[in-house]
Design a protein around this ligand. Sequence first.
Ligand code: PAF
Length: 279
Amino acid sequence: MKPIVIPGITQLHNYHRMISNTQRLGFVPTMGFLHSGHLSLVERSVRENAHTIVSIFVNPSQFGPTEDLATYPRDLEKDLALLSKFDNIAVFTPTAQEIYPPNYRTWVTVSELSEQYCGASRPGHFRGVATVVCKLLNLVVPKIMYMGEKDFQQCFILEQMLRDLNIPVLLQRCPIVREFDGLALSSRNTYLSPSEHERALCLHKSLITAKEMAANGENDINKIKAKMIDIINKEQGNIDYIAFINETTFQPESALTAHTRILLAVKIGTTRLIDNMKI
Ligand code: PAF
């Protein structure tokens, strides 16, 4: 059965009236063009909550002026078909006009964290993400929100926002879902030609190699990083950053610890891909 579609804020308020407010509501924010990664979040929410709302909204404010807002892949009919196997879900599909009416002026900025790594190469991106997620949470009013760890920096920033703004919602991080060949699932993978897809495997390969080196006793971050760069250069990947961070503080690490996570962003052709792994 096709899920209920909630096309705007009035209909969302009606939906709230329909479901009892004593029942747990789970939320999965997305920009649509759903893949198995998104579906794993929906599946978990459906399992853990009486009701689930999935939002599909390609948020203009998180795209830079030269980024792919106009060409970002969209297929609402396919998304609804994919979601039709789940019970007790509704799909919120607001318009950009309703989320950002004329004269819109309020922005949520999580300072410092938003300027590093992906934020450094995508100025304003995390301000757009934090603002839209804050607004969606105020509208949907869930108990819990499900997000994939592929966007590790996004998860960390949004957790900070939830704490700082006293938003009573739990962010449940969920594991990265990968293709059989290791490529982390992303709606942007559709931009890759078959040969670029092959080359893009270098992100996962470099992370796996780093993990193996660490497991074999290598503790020198520079040596591990050099090996990763080597693997990515062989596939003509254009490295934006490779960062070794403490996953509990988001601070850079100078040596491996029990909390080290490697984050990376690499361009394959014109497609910018991200991935990460705990070491
Ligand atoms: O991760 C995404 O798809 C987006 O950044 C999100 C969280 C749906 C906000 O637009």
